[in-house]
Design a protein around this ligand. Sequence first.
Ligand code: FE2
Ligand code: FE2
Length: 395
Amino acid sequence: MTLVLQKVEEIPPLPAAVQRIIQLTQDVEADEHEIIQVISLDEALTARILHVANSAFYGFSQRIATVSQAVMVLGLRGLRNLTLGIAAIGFKFGKPKQDVFGVDRVDFWRHSMAVATISNELTKLLHYGEADETFVGGLLHDIGKVVFLGFFEDEYCEVLSKSAHSDRCLFELEKEMFGIDHAGVGRELCRHWNIPPLLTRIVANHHLPQQSKGSPSEEDRRAFLVRMADNLARILQIGNDGEPCVEMDFLKLIESNHLHLSELNQLLVELPDQVAKVESLFELQADKEGNEMRCPKSKVAGVVLSHEREAAIASMGLVTLGHTLTPVGEESVKSADWAGVVTDDNSLTPELRVVLEERQIPLLNFPSWRETQIQKGARIPVRSMHMWMKEHLAH
Ligand SMILES: [Fe+2]
Ligand SMILES: [Fe+2]
């Protein structure tokens, strides 16, 4: 057994009440009264559950005053997931330095809450059934990193630093350093904690690309959804999980016509406020601005790139910065107040290039900021992309 897995075994179990709730709700014929009793005996847990159940997030019109009412409106599974979410946020051990290459505790959980919120929205948008399952999957997806930081802080700082300077994915560097990545460690921790199989699978597979053959299982569809949310949270730059890149294959759902880019871009505009609501729900103390990247006053911007995935990521980057996307054409360039157009050497027609240059609209050559790091259309170092856009677009 590796040293990392030995450490996982040493992690204390979940609080007794949480364990009992997981155990009881696994049974199809779960005894509702026993569950209510288990929760009611834990005052702190009861208070948290009622606080969350009464929040705007669930949006119930009537006040929920007792645990039995909470069971009635949330269902047993909903209650179990809510309990797990509360337990996950409270989970910390060791004493990591306040700020590890920009990844502090608040930033880390902000990222996880953003992933949870986006997973929730995507589940609804795609009619994937119960949203709270993917919500908790999103909250837990990077829990393996907390183990690395808690037990192997110096080594993990080295991994984070290497990743930040090279734009290589954390999971690759973790495997080189520890022989296992955070998804694997997270999976082992979920097993150790007896977390239900669907959630364990989401944690274990959130960096796996979706299989192209056959129809995916329910678990794999949800893991892919969380993977998509993880990448979107990175594009939005809400919180920080230390990963410098987005993996472009998360756009498969758009390419298979299950989702439209415009729907996603609309979601990106609305998400920062929704994530802020979830943060207050779990009482995460964050004194940083919701979206630091957003420009105070945005202008219109456009994308002309023949590589579809790059075009999609570039347009999401522009929306995240607060710009309004506009199709680039001879008519539109005459009237609008332009920040710039993201393009490359091959995608723009010579005629349109002349018009744009005449109008002195900034042309940003994608991906001039770090050409070698775009790995055959697989990944884009999104942090670098944001900085590059921010630096070169007119405000
Ligand atoms: Fe991850
Ligand atoms: Fe993540």
